[in-house]
Each structure stands twice: as C-alpha cells, then as structure tokens.
Design a protein around this ligand. Structure first.
Ligand SMILES: *Cc1c(COP(=O)(O)O)cnc(C)c1O
Ligand SMILES: [Zn+2]
Length: 447
C-alpha cells in the first residue's frame, strides 16, 4: 500500500523532482512551475473497476477521512499525509443538478450545474485548501518550523485558508486588495482569526508582496501556484464522472482567473483516462470576464502572443486577474481537451445570473460568466443541442449579496436590470395586496 507522490517540474525538459514536504513553489533548477505527480504505475496495479467500487463504497460511509469528497480519493490526491494530520470539513460531494428549465430555455436540455459553492466557506477553494493545510500539518509534525500560512486573495482563497488554519490551530495571514472583496468575503477571515492585511493595490499587487514575504520559509505560501491545491481541486472532475456513474459529459464550462481550476479539472479527467475508467475527453471551455481576459486574448492569437494585462474592475471579482499564475498549465490542458476560451461582459454576466436564479439557482457572478459564455457557444453552434453540458459553479451566491441586490435595484452603473424583481411596497391593506397578486399572476399567464 505505498502510493507515492512528489513535486515535479512542469518544464518537460527538466522534470526535476522534490518531496511534497519541501517548502518549494518553483523549480530550483529552471524556475518553472511545479506540479504534483504520482506513481501512476502503482495506481494502475489496481483495476479501474476496483477503484470505482472503492470510491463508491467510501462515499456511502463516513469513516475518517473518506467521507470527504477529496479524501475519499486519498491515494490519487495526496497519499503522503497521515490520516491524523488531515484537516477536513468534509468538503466536496457537492450537488450536481439538472438545470432543466434553464437548459430548455437556452437550447441545451441536458445542462447540469456542479455546485462547488455549496461548501464550508462557500467556494470550491475548500477542495484545494484541505490538501494544502493538511500537508502543512504533516510538515509541522515532522519537526519543521512553520510559523504561519499566507496567501494573496480575491476573497475566496483567504476565506478557505483562514477556516482550515483555524481548525488546525495554525496562524493564517491573508493579503486582500483593499475595498475589492465583498463584505461577506472580508468577514470570513476576520471571524476565523486570520491576520488580515488590506493593501492599497489589486490582486496582482498583493501576489507580488506575498511572494516576497514567503521567501522566509517559515511562512508557507498557499496560493494556487502551490500545486498541492490543484490536487484537491482535480476531484471536481473525478466527482462529476462519479455522479454520472463514471461517464464524462461532452462539455465542461469553468470560469477562469488565475487558471488553476481549469488545469485541475483537466488533470482529473486525464487521471481517469490513465486508469482506464474513461475513454472519451470532454471539451473544456474556460470563461473569462471581458475586463480580465488575458487568456481569451491569447487564445484569439492561436496561443502565439501572450501579454499580461492590467485587469479592470469586474463584478466577477474572484477572476479579476491580469497575469494568471497557472497560464502554462491551463493552455496545455486546453490544447489537450479541444478547449475554447470565451468571455462575458458585465451586462452579460449579470443577466446570466438573473436568468439562472429565476430558474432556481442562486448564482455568483463567476458562475454568471460561465453561463453567459455557454449561451454564446450554444448560439454559435459550438455546443450542440444534444450535448451533455456541465457548468462548474465556483462560489455560493450568498457571498455576493450587494451585487445581486444592486442588480435588481438597478443601482449598478452601466448595468441594466432586464430581469429585475423588486419588492412591491404597499400599505397594509388587503385590497391593495389582492390587486398586486392578481396583477402578477395574470402577467405570468400572459407571459
Ligand atoms: C478562485 C475563483 C475562481 C477562479 O479560479 P482560478 O483557479 O483562479 O482560475 C473562480 N470563481 C471563484 C468563485 C473563485 O473563488
Ligand atoms: Zn525545472
């Protein structure tokens, strides 16, 4: 039972290896990104059928730590951590639901939403953070001096880091761009006892500073440049396959900012293919906000000419990133998955959120970006009517109340509230109430 994993340089000409317990984020020989690699021959000694049965079985029970959607697949994710050092909130196992009404409306009836925001801190970031913080606990238990774990964040990473560190009794430090995260996102690390540093810059500026600070190896870096997080996040695609009884959809749409998640989802599907569980790859669509679209622009040049940009403000604040850390990994995945990059304007993402919500979802703006991109692809015929589509919803709408209320109120500048549904203020009179109800119900009938 000796499954092993290590950091491996992402540069195919180098491939230098390092221990997962090393405090290291870039290759010491060539400076490239690292990725976690596994002993795939060892994994393949067990048949795909056996793995499927094992994961299905663990899902039905609740034995520590396998009740977590991430740790259920521990051998494929991070075998090196002792179960006693795992810091888990039983993340993952999020619902995949059939968005029947929205799907019919836009012309892809087999439309599913993977609700990764239904999680402890309300975003998919929990999936990666459980792996990273568990590994830190493992490293500390082996005698290394780690004083704190730090990240730069557009909001959700810091919420996840703060919660997992609080559960583990480890100090977290979060760097936020001042006044650029939602109140809900700001209160999360505050409540969880993080040292919260609000800097007068944007995400890319915070990222530079946290990289300086973590040159001190006793402060561990938790950004997605640290590829341990990708291992947890890749369980999204493993779980989607499991939820379809180990089959893959035709198309997966994901919003992308720093681009760790796109690479993670591709990595998960590639692993299923290696083990022989799937034989077909879905198309992967990465959706960006028009205000923060460096990957989209790069894609449009046929991946020939990359330029980092200065990201402009977007309501999809978690993807307001101009120079994505995981660019190379994401491009490599998109090439292998017949990938498409599409973008959405602020108006398009806001309308897509409202349309989704009106059919029972409660979308965050990033999910709105993914939905809006999908609408365009369907219209263009790049996604066909008979295809099975999964949209990865990355956060819970409850983290973005100001945005959602602002839309309905019509108080967001430059955004029209086409689908507004505001409260009707009335005197306390049964007559007035009756008239308002009659009016609404007759509108529904005629419309
Ligand atoms: C982090 C985040 C993203 C972007 O993920 P990347 O891996 O940075 O591309 C999208 N949506 C939400 C809600 C996020 O928190
Ligand atoms: Zn290298």
């Amino acid at each position: 039972m000796s499954y092993t994993a290590w950091f491996e340089c992402f540069n195919a000409e180098c491939k230098e290896r390092y221990e997962l317990t090393d405090v290291i984020y870039n290759c010491r020989s060539c400076g490239s990104l690292l990725q976690v690699s596994h002993d795939y021959d060892k994994i393949k000694e067990t048949s795909g059928g056996h793995w499927m049965r094992l994961f299905d079985d663990r899902k039905r029970h609740n034995i520590w730590p396998y009740g977590s959607g991430v740790w259920k697949m521990k051998e494929w994710v991070c075998p090196a951590v002792d179960n006693d050092n795992i810091v888990s909130m039983y993340e993952g196992e999020s619902n995949l639901f059939l968005a029947e009404r929205l799907g019919k409306k836009i012309g892809v009836p087999d439309l599913w939403i993977k609700l990764c925001g239904n999680s402890h801190t309300g975003s998919f970031k929990d999936l990666g953070m459980t792996v990273l913080v568990s590994m830190v606990k493992q490293i500390i238990s082996e005698g290394k001096d780690i004083r704190a774990v730090a990240c730069a964040s557009t909001g959700d990473t810091s919420a996840a880091l703060a919660a997992y560190c609080a559960a583990a009794g480890i100090q977290s430090i979060v760097f936020l761009p001042k006044d650029k995260v939602s109140p809900e996102q700001l209160i999360q690390p505050i409540a969880n006892g993080a040292l919260v540093l609000a800097l007068d810059t944007d995400f890319d500026g915070c990222m530079k500073i946290v990289q300086e600070v973590t040159k001190d190896n006793t402060i561990y870096l938790a950004n997605s440049k640290n590829s341990l997080r990708i291992e947890g996040q890749k369980t999204v695609s493993l779980e989607i396959a499991q939820q379809f009884d180990w089959e893959v959809p035709d198309v997966v749409v994901i919003p992308g900012g720093n681009l760790g998640n796109v690479s993670a989802i591709g990595k998960g599907f590639l692993l299923l293919e290696k083990v022989g569980i799937i034989s077909k790859r879905p198309r992967i669509v990465c959706a960006q906000a028009e205000s923060a679209n460096p990957l989209y622009l790069y894609y449009k040049t046929g991946y020939k000419d990359y330029k980092p940009i200065r990201a402009r403000p977007t309501h999809a604040s978690a993807i307001q990133i101009g120079d994505p850390v995981s660019l190379e990994k994401a491009v490599s995945i998109l090439k292998e998955f017949d990938g498409i990059v599409e973008q959405a304007s602020e108006q398009e993402l806001a309308d897509a959120c409202a349309m989704g919500d009106n059919t029972g979802m409660y979308t965050c703006p990033h999910t709105g970006v993914a939905l809006a991109a999908l609408f365009k692809l369907v219209e263009r015929g790049d996604v066909r009517r008979d295809e099975r589509v999964v949209v990865v919803s990355t956060a819970h709408g409850l983290k973005f109340s100001n945005f959602k209320l602002g839309y309905h109120k019509g108080s967001i500048s430059n955004i029209k509230n086409r689908f507004a549904n505001m409260p009707i203020e009335l005197p306390a009179s049964a007559d007035a109430v009756q008239r308002a109800i009659d009016k609404k119900l007759s509108e529904n009938r005629s419309g």
